[in-house]
Design a binder for this molecule. Sequence first.
Ligand code: LLP
Length: 415
Amino acid sequence: MITNTLQVQNNDTEIQGIQLTELVKEYGSPLYVYDAESIESQYKKLIGAFHNTNIRIKYATKALSNISVLKYMKKIGIGLDVVSIEELKIGIKAGYDAKEIMYTPSCVDFQEIEEVIALGATLNIDSIPFVEKFGKTYGGTIPLCIRINPHVEAGGNHKIKTGHIESKFGISIDQLDQVYDLVNKFGIDMAGIHVHTGSDFGDIDVFLKVAEVMYGVAMNFKNLKFLDFGSGFKVSYKQGDKETNIEELGSKMSVSFANFCQKYGKKLDLWFEPGKYLVSKSGYLLATATVIKQTPATTFIGLNTGLNHLIRPMMYESYHEIVNISNPDGEKKKYSVVGYICETDTFAWEREMNETKEGDIIVFKNAGAYGFSMSSNYNSRIRPAEVLVHKGKAILIRKRETLDDILKNQIEVNF
Ligand code: LLP
């Protein structure tokens, strides 16, 4: 096990004083590495920004769902938001009481909802047919949350906008009369209302505008316990990116929420469900340069990883800082960084980087959220190991896969 005894700040080449190149020596590459301290400090910054507010953070498990990361979240006081029964079961296995877990599915079988209710998670429903099924089956015996679609367009990329009128998510604010009728008809116990407008928008005015919509809806339900505002916090992927100003958001929302609670006549809990905000910058993907390939168009750095391990650049045209940590003082040159997958998998085009040669260790920053959790075995490639750095110690939290993992559910037929 690699341990650091010094108190050292993180930079591109180390986490809590542990050299990233040492981690590659010990665990190989490609490798995902997460910094537990970064998660905790993001959490503290977030809750510290709200005043006189019962704020509860439900981490969006889908961003990074390793069971040890969930256990760490639990240890530092963070609840969970899950989107599948599998995530729920991992959360419970990580030690969570199901009651601390918000389950926000989309288009699942109603049978899954019944199983989730049996496990005891907080249920968030986002369609009218399911509110009706729920009412018929459970009446007022189980508390319910519903997801609202506020018809607000926000998000870092079209694929991650969820609150606009064409989105499959939520119950449209124009269709809520049907919900009010069903709630009255079946005596449904409405515990909360939820909204998640999109990922990576950051604009405080959007949060405040959506909050006003939520306050209006909330007045139609008498016994709410919480309002869940989802997420959308923007993190900085590159220099100059405007992050969500958490302090400003916290102080403005604390006031608007307090005003609402006064009108409502009761102090409710205010929930958020950040994924990226908590884990994006905690994570690094470390890879090795396999080839430097000069072509008439560019100089490629080929890597021993690809879109199978980090799909965000190809899926959302997202930007990740890429650093050659083997040659920190190297001369700056332009490279195009690509993966080993047999289709175009470009991580960066004509990016300025330190001079790179075969065998150098290349680091992708901000890879904690939707990195490993969106990885696959495309091209029958195995997935990387994962390491968590906690209190100056590197802890292996997932073994590197082997070919056996790829073959284990395949059934060989001999013809
Ligand atoms: N709550 C709900 C209901 C969500 O659907 C999501 C993300 C979150 C919370 C957390 O959002 P965040 O804090 O991470 O922005 N794979 C994409 C992001 C998809 C987000 C899906 N929903 C990406 O890599 O950018």
